[in-house]
Design a protein around this ligand. Structure first.
Ligand code: C2E
Ligand code: MG
Ligand code: MG
Length: 617
């Protein structure tokens, strides 16, 4: 085409301007597509922009020509995003040379306009400008659509304008195209941030929150209340892993479409993040109706979804918050729904949970405690209490169990049943357990050397930490001989890879340390395990001891455990002995050691009386 023009040949389509010609390029596109792409750029009539001005300045300097323009060819009007050497900002499309520069992928170069059969009558040539030269490279977007021309004009003809200049002109047009695409994408992202989620087209997190606030501020006339549903696809990560991200996207889109079908005057839908959607119920008429809606959502979203080769059968969990909240804030409303969905998800799949102020407050308290707990060791707020073990044959104290106490600066003493689970949930249990173990060993060093100390280990600590290492370090640094230390673990600690558990128990045993199975009879109890693992003591749970004098069946169970332990060659501890009758029974049955309020409550170490002999005659 360049050759054609430099040879002065006329191209048929230059005869008349006809928009239908625009579809005749290398990539066939309709003019409608082109105008769409142009409007998508969001560039027409925008204020001057240095990024584009700079390219125009560079071009005039390099080519030494007075006029350079970035022309965008609109439906009827050509508009200049940037220009040098002219005051005009636009021109009618039908009278502009640039309108022709977008007809081909190749630049349009006219060395002398006065010789060109069509352009010589154009206003640019005949008017004040008296232009003789034109060269315009199409500005082509990534999809092949040509939205405008990067052009040079001069009042002098340029027969010498050759390949090298054309290449440079084309490069500059490409830079401009790149900037336009960038501008469009930034604008688009900005718009999306404001409004829609790119994948599903639903309202995004920002806009649904805004909508929610509006709905709170302007309640519907007939509304008894409002509700926010957080809907979360169960095991969404597995869909992504098993079938690929594309399948995950399809599932998200299908979920969005299904939710959208529900949307109406009093329902709005948004995507909060990942696989989490929000359904805003602006008017709740009754609890029954809301329940029905929630079930409907759950059913609707559980229908199979086609993902290419097959179907996925999704389930969703839903957290519901009723409102509006007392502070009238959308963020609070969402926090409540978010809490509810977390609770729902912790229950399993296909779950439903309503927000509960009471449970939420308790949770918040736990969260605060978890934070405080992080400083408890450093602030010296932890203490070990000691509760005696008594030899049931002679009433002598044989050792003590170390039991943690937390002296909270505001709340006073907090019991382990409260803070140990929090420590487990917030991964602080190992630090706590290590501290207790070290302190117990140090404390035991000041006791009579016949006495042992028994320390509880959380199942999580037992599983996660290198407990053997921790135990041996505690022994070394305190100087306590291994045989004076016992550790108490519960059956839950043993539910794991048998080999791993066995190795750990063997290693602990090799340090001379005794292993006691605490709360025996309440947990997961596999006798087979028990026979094969290195367990030295069984500690019968206090729930059994508590009813041993009243209940024949319990008495039988305790007797069986005592027999079993003889067979397994382990000793038996009865925990929670409070009454003399209980003491008599467990002694008769054959338990070796007793522990409980009858013999002594847990007390700070200074208050222990190790020489006391219990006499039960
Ligand atoms: P556990 O190891 O089974 O300890 C026995 C619990 O029963 C202790 O409660 C003790 O005070 C209580 N108790 C003892 N004798 C009697 C009795 O005659 N009657 C009644 N009703 N209760 C009795 P505590 O000190 O509140 O400890 C509760 C649990 O917290 C312990 O149960 C143990 O599982 C855990 N724990 C305590 N200290 C630690 C620790 O340092 N590390 C870990 N991981 N857990 C600990
Ligand atoms: Mg214990
Ligand atoms: Mg116990």
């Amino acid at each position: 085409m360049i050759e054609n023009l430099t040879e002065g040949q006329e191209r048929a389509e230059y005869g008349t301007f006809d928009a239908s010609l625009l579809s005749g390029g290398l990539i066939a596109r309709s003019e409608a597509d082109r105008l769409d792409a142009l409007s998508d750029l969001n560039i027409m009539d925008t204020p001057p922009d240095e990024r584009f001005d700079r390219v125009v300045r560079l071009a005039t300097a390099y080519f030494g020509m007075p006029v350079c323009k970035i022309t965008l060819v609109g439906k009827d009007r050509n508009w200049y995003k940037a220009c040098a050497g002219t005051r005009e900002t636009d021109a009618p499309r039908s009278k502009a040379i640039c309108s022709y520069a977008i007809l081909s992928n190749e630049p349009l170069v006219v060395p002398d306009l006065t010789e060109h059969p069509r352009f010589r009558t154009y206003p640019a040539v005949t008017g004040n400008g008296k232009f003789r030269f034109y060269a315009g490279a199409p500005i082509t977007l990534e999809n092949g659509i040509r939205v405008g021309s990067f052009c040079l004009m001069d009042t002098k003809p340029h027969p010498e304008f050759g390949e090298e200049q054309i290449r440079f002109l084309t490069d500059l047009a490409q830079i401009v195209a790149h900037e336009l695409i960038l501008h469009r994408d930034v604008e688009r992202a900005g718009a999306n941030r404001e409004e829609r989620d790119a994948l599903t087209g639903l309202l995004n997190a920002v806009s649904i929150e805004r909508e929610l606030q509006i709905a709170i501020d302007h309640p519907m006339a007939d509304a008894q209340g409002m509700a926010v549903l957080y809907v979360d696809i169960d095991d969404f990560g597995e869909v992504n892993n098993d079938y690929g991200k594309h399948a995950g996207d399809l599932l998200l889109k299908a979920t969005a479409r299904r939710l959208e079908d529900l949307a109406g005057q009093d329902l709005a839908i948004g995507r909060i993040s990942g696989d989490k959607f929000l359904v805003m119920v602006k008017s709740v008429q009754s609890a029954a109706k809301l329940h029905r809606l929630v079930r409907q959502v759950q059913q609707l979203l559980s229908a199979p979804v086609h993902i290419g080769e097959g179907f996925i059968h999704p389930t969703v969990s839903i957290g519901v918050a009723l409102g509006p909240p007392s502070d009238g804030k959308a963020t609070t409303f969402q926090r409540h729904a978010s809490w509810a969905i977390q609770e729902a998800k912790s229950l399993g799949i296909n779950q439903l949970k309503f927000f509960s102020e009471k449970e939420y407050e308790r949770n918040q308290d736990d969260l605060r405690l978890a934070t405080d707990l992080r400083n408890a060791i450093a602030n010296n707020e932890l203490e070990l209490y000691y509760q005696p073990f008594v030899d049931l044959k002679n009433g002598r104290v044989v050792g003590y169990e170390a039991l943690l106490r937390w002296h909270h600066p505001e709340k006073g003493m907090i019991m382990p049943s409260k803070f140990i689970p929090i420590a487990e949930q917030t991964r602080q249990i190992s630090a706590l357990g290590t501290w207790a173990l070290n302190r117990a060993c140090e404390d035991a060093m000041s006791w009579n050397e016949n006495l042992f100390v028994s320390v509880n280990l959380s199942p999580l600590q037992f599983k996660r930490q290198d407990v053997t290492e921790v135990i041996s370090t505690a022994l070394k640094s305190s100087g306590l001989p291994g045989h004076r230390l016992e550790i108490e673990i519960t059956e839950n600690a043993l539910i794991d890879d048998f080999e791993a558990v066995n190795d750990k128990l063997q290693a602990i045993s090799a340090l001379g340390v005794t292993v006691t199975l605490d709360d025996f009879g309440t947990g997961y109890c596999n006798l087979n395990y028990l026979a094969s693992l290195k367990i030295d003591k069984l500690k019968i749970d206090k729930a059994f001891i508590g009813s041993v004098e009243r209940d024949d069946r319990t008495r039988t169970i305790v007797a069986m455990i005592a027999n079993l332990s003889r067979y397994l060659n382990t000793s038996v501890v009865a925990e929670g002995v409070e009454l003399h009758t209980q003491h008599e029974i467990v002694r008769m049955i054959g338990c070796d050691i007793g522990q409980g309020f009858l013999y002594g409550k847990p007390l700070p170490k200074q208050q222990q009386d190790a020489n006391r002999v219990y006499s039960f005659a």
